[in-house]
Design a protein around this ligand. Structure first.
Ligand SMILES: Cc1ncc(COP(=O)(O)O)c(C=O)c1O
Length: 411
């Protein structure tokens, strides 16, 4: 659903984020987003009012336990994943490493794992590590002519030994949204499970693991306007194949705790619930805590509607420059997110970002941990690309200001 984006709506959004009142223009949001005041307030309130251990009989401990449970339930609602569990952890990298360690105990030598060349290292490295246990690693290669990851290329590396297919929903460098249901369908027909890295998707569009039919889906809460943590949804079927890493006396069916070694950040869970307050603001839900799935969808429709004109303008500008090559789809339409990378004919990515950084606008250059992708494109990964990553709280004025600075930086 497209929402009309008025100046009043943009003001309402920006005033929810205290950091946006400062001088920095935040266009490095794919690295990490800013948080609404509600997130920071909830972290503080929790720490000064109920910072105790979970599971004891006294009242404060009960309150803390309920809060951590509530955060898990809210994240499950975000995933639309009532048929599985939301496992929280310190980072997506840590959650996927934990998943890979769990699979290392059930896979056999000769089993195969497919990894995507366009992936972030967080969803490649842990699987490559399984080669030490005799697991074969197969690469799903991209087509460098258009940066796509063709389904035919995936089919070519699937076999009846494929146990897992690990891929990103969106590359955090390229920005195009992959067809998760189609990829999942292919993998499932080969008898494999899918592990989807949703980190670069989740800040921009609503997640829906039920509609996509995936087995595992992970994202970083600190890139979705929340505290520095991560979440991974896992289907009940998939988790039943594994034994979680938590202590031996914790029963296998105590989920998700069996997969949350040592527990999770309690104050982080409080912060995650601050995102619910913010989504309620976007969705116009009057009663605190009453956000339901349609409210989540509405809130993300608002975000998408705010972003699309910004990414269209940025891509239009970059396309107008003959000295620039967009690394990723050269369009600003809805099948991509506002994470836009490029290289220049003669200037290094470092030179360009130095000028932009000096003007108070935060962007980034480098390989963005998509190291294999940069190598496959024949780039020096250290210089990599210039990446601009916008989200819904950015404004048309900020994009115009960036374009003005690019005019200077690109020459
Ligand atoms: C696409 C993608 N996947 C995974 C990660 C790793 O996330 P985390 O920092 O939570 O480990 C990132 C971080 O930038 C990312 O952009």
């Amino acid at each position: 659903m497209t929402i009309e984006v008025t100046a009043e709506l943009r003001d309402r959004i920006r005033s929810a984020f205290p950091a946006l009142a400062g001088d920095t223009v935040f266009l490095e949001n794919a690295g990490g987003s800013q948080v609404p005041a509600a997130v920071a307030d909830r972290v503080r309130d929790y720490m000064v009012s109920s910072y105790v251990q979970l599971g004891a009989g006294y009242e404060l401990s009960q309150r803390a336990t309920d809060l951590v449970d509530e955060a898990h339930a809210f994240v499950k609602l975000l995933f639309n994943g009532s048929d599985g569990d939301a496992i929280l952890g310190p980072s997506t990298s840590a959650l996927l490493q934990m998943l890979s360690n769990s699979y290392s105990k059930v896979l056999s030598p000769g089993d195969e794992v497919v990894v995507a060349e366009i992936g972030h290292e967080a969803n490649i490295g842990p699987w490559k590590g399984l080669a030490d246990s005799g697991i074969e690693i197969r690469w799903w290669e991209m087509d460098p002519s258009d940066f796509s990851s063709p389904l035919g290329a995936l089919e070519g590396v699937l076999s009846d030994r494929t146990a897992l297919v690990a891929f990103p929903h969106v590359s955090n460098l390229l920005g195009e949204i992959l067809d998760v249901p189609a990829i999942t369908g292919l993998a499932h027909r080969a008898g494999a499970r899918v592990v989807v890295d949703g980190v670069a998707f989740a800040p921009h569009r609503v997640m829906d693991v039920a509609a996509w039919g995936v087995d595992y889906y992970a994202y970083s809460t600190y890139k979705v306007y929340g505290p520095h943590m991560a979440a991974m949804w896992a289907s009940r079927d998939a988790l039943a194949e594994l034994q979680g890493p938590n202590h031996f006396f914790i029963p296998d069916d105590e989920l998700p705790y069996k997969f949350e070694l040592g527990g999770v950040s309690h104050e982080g869970c409080a912060g995650i619930l601050g995102l619910r307050d913010y989504l309620e603001l976007l969705a116009g839900v009057g009663e605190p805590g009453a956000l339901d799935r349609s409210g989540v969808e509405h809130a993300f429709d608002v975000m998408t509607s705010c972003e699309l004109p910004l990414q269209a303008r940025l891509v239009e500008y970059l396309r107008s420059r003959p000295d620039v090559r967009i690394i990723g789809p050269a369009h600003g339409g809805p099948s991509r997110v506002g994470t836009v990378s490029f290289v220049h004919d003669t200037k290094s990515s470092r030179e360009i970002t130095e000028v932009v950084d000096g003007s108070g606008i935060a962007v980034r250059h480098g390989h963005m941990y998509a190291y294999h992708l940069c190598e496959a494109l024949g780039m020096d990964p250290e210089d990599g690309v210039v990446r601009v990553s916008l989200v819904h709280y950015n404004t048309p004025d900020e994009i115009e200001r960036l374009i003005g600075v690019f005019d200077r930086a690109l020459g």
